[in-house]
Design a protein. Structure first.
Lengths: 129, 431
């Protein structure tokens, strides 16, 4: 079954995660509903962008920068990984995310590695001919 | 295959062409469900048409060309799947295709008509899925359901053919990669999705109807294609009133297509059109479609616009139209879909029904809105109503404002002509 990553974005000036017990209860309830529907694979909230560190290696040199890669109005606040039969099902779950009325969620299909490996295998077979 | 051949009964080349026009969308829709992939289905159907061109002249035209094409295309898809190892669930798909093939060859097998009709609905809803960008939905609908070539769609939308090709293949890839489902949406989202489908069909129609640039033949084809899609939706979803409303609206507009442009290619407004050029068959079909929607008692923007169109075409002359009812219908439309366009039209209708001063009263709030200061149709309508009310100076100022905001040379000339005719006329031309 296809997997979808729900990347949950929230406005920079929105309420910080875990600050409001009423909000937290909604997130727990939502996560439970995903488990009850049998689609939940994984999911976490992330700490704020203040705690982020960006790493890249260029010309053999490791660069470490305080903060996120770019200034934006919305930041990645958390994710869910879901097993869903199709995009409509994933979009349906995304539309129920507790912050969906002020934040936004990007729904991305997970790359099917078995297809990638099959293609790589076919490439090798062609080379051998 | 054990179909009854009728060698010589039909011209094979014409039969292939007919099958392409009449059956392609339905065969493709079923094939996509069977093979589970847009591109594979398209390629396999292409193979099947090539096979028809090669074998029908020799063996005769099959009794049921659609069934022949479906079976042939499915077997070509099996061949293509066997070669394409990169498709992840290849084994599952091959097994399913083999099962379908064996099933169909049983002598008592009958085609499930309702399943086949559902396939075309599946195809429409998938092509118009909101997860695809709007230009991609429009292009994909024309390609898959209309059978237009990539080049034809590119010419209609004034983009380069490779650009349109990329737009189409990206859309097909996204359907496959994101697993956009091939089905009619569930009831909870169906009304929303159907509105989206109607919007795509109406966009296709308007692209053919409104735009002045581009290949005129292809543009006419867009109108015809949109109407074909509208008829298909009305056949498949006859319980939705707005489906009938959209079909009626398109037919009643298209009926006047030949009269909208004069010999020199100039736009002719409704009240100056040669009514003998109107297509009476289209008008009758449009009025029938409108009447089919009314008993469902679910008024919507398409039905309202179609009803306004109907009152225009049913009047023996522009002056004799039922302007009071037209004004009422615009009022209802404004409540559903408030917009300056609708308000300006309502003001004009009110002026015809109850006098220019009443019309000007409808325009007043729009004229106070700074956001509409540069809205040309508002100033053009304002000028016409002031002229009718006998306010020559006010009308002259409003025409000048409208002229300033008009980029179209023909329209500008017409506004200047009206302004220049004001002087010396005074109140004699007041309605």
């Amino acid at each position: 079954m296809p997997q979808y990553m729900l990347l949950i974005y929230t406005p920079v000036d929105g309420p910080p995660a875990g600050s409001d017990p009423e909000q937290s209860a909604k997130w727990f309830e939502y996560t439970q509903s995903l488990m009850d529907a049998g689609v939940h694979v994984a999911g976490d909230a992330l700490q704020g962008v203040d705690s982020a560190t960006t790493v890249r290696v260029r010309d053999g040199e490791t660069q470490i920068i305080d903060g996120p890669f770019a200034e934006t109005k919305e930041f990645l606040a958390g994710y869910y990984l879901l097993d869903c039969p199709d995009l409509d099902t994933a979009l349906g779950h995304a539309a129920r995310i507790p912050n969906i009325h002020y934040g936004s969620t990007e729904v991305r299909p997970v790359l099917d590695m078995s297809a990638v490996l099959a293609e790589a295998g076919q490439g090798q077979a062609t080379q051998q001919q | 295959m054990h179909d009854e051949r009728r060698p010589g009964a039909t011209d094979p080349a014409a039969a292939v062409e007919l099958a392409f026009r009449e059956e392609r969308a339905a065969v493709l829709a079923t094939l996509i469900r069977h093979v589970g992939d847009f591109q594979l289905a398209e390629d396999a159907l292409q193979d099947a048409f090539a096979a028809a061109v090669a074998t029908w002249p020799r063996d005769g035209v099959p009794a049921n060309p659609g069934a022949w094409l479906t079976t042939t295309a499915r077997r070509r898809a099996i061949d293509r799947l066997r070669r394409a190892r990169s498709i992840a669930d290849r084994a599952d798909r091959l097994a399913e295709l083999a099962r379908l093939d064996a099933h169909e060859n049983r002598p008592d097998s009958s085609v499930d008509e309702s399943a086949v009709e559902d396939d075309r609905l599946r195809l429409i809803f998938t092509c118009c899925h909101p997860a695809l960008a709007l230009p991609a939905r429009v292009a994909l609908t024309l390609r898959m359901l209309g059978g237009l070539t990539t080049g034809e769609i590119a010419r209609a939308f004034l983009v380069a053919e490779p650009t349109m090709g990329q737009r189409l293949s990206r859309a097909k890839r996204k359907i496959a990669d994101a697993h956009i489902p091939y089905r009619v949406p569930t009831d909870d989202v169906l009304p929303d999705r159907l509105r989206g489908v109607l919007m795509v069909v109406y966009l296709i129609f308007n692209e053919g109807y409104e735009a002045s640039e581009g290949d005129r033949l292809v543009r006419g084809e867009l109108c015809s294609e949109a109407i074909r899609l509208g008829r298909l939706l009305a056949k498949l979803m006859p319980d939705d009133a707005e489906v009938w409303g959209l079909l009626a609206l398109m037919l009643l507009h298209d009926a006047r297509r030949a009269a909208r442009v004069d010999a020199s290619g100039r736009y002719v407004p409704l009240d100056e059109q040669d009514r003998s050029l109107w297509d009476q068959g289209r008008i009758r079909e449009g009025l029938r479609a409108l009447e089919r929607g009314l008993p469902l008692r679910r008024p919507g923007p398409y039905q309202l616009q179609a009803a306004i169109s109907a009152l225009h075409v049913e009047a023996p002359s522009p002056e004799e139209a039922d302007w009071a009812q037209i004004a009422q219908l615009y009022g209802a439309l404004a409540r559903m879909q408030p917009s300056p366009v609708v308000e300006v039209n309502r003001a004009v209708a009110v002026a015809f029904a109850s006098g220019a001063d009443e019309g000007l009263a409808v325009l007043a709030p729009l004229l106070d809105d700074p956001a509409l200061d540069r809205y040309q149709p508002l100033h053009a309508a304002h000028a016409d109503l002031l002229r009718r009310a006998g306010d020559v100076d006010g009308a002259a100022r409003a025409y000048t404002r409208a002229v300033e905001l008009t980029s179209n040379a023909v329209e500008r000339a017409e506004l200047e002509r009206r302004r220049d005719a004001l002087h010396g006329s005074g109140r004699r031309f007041a309605r």
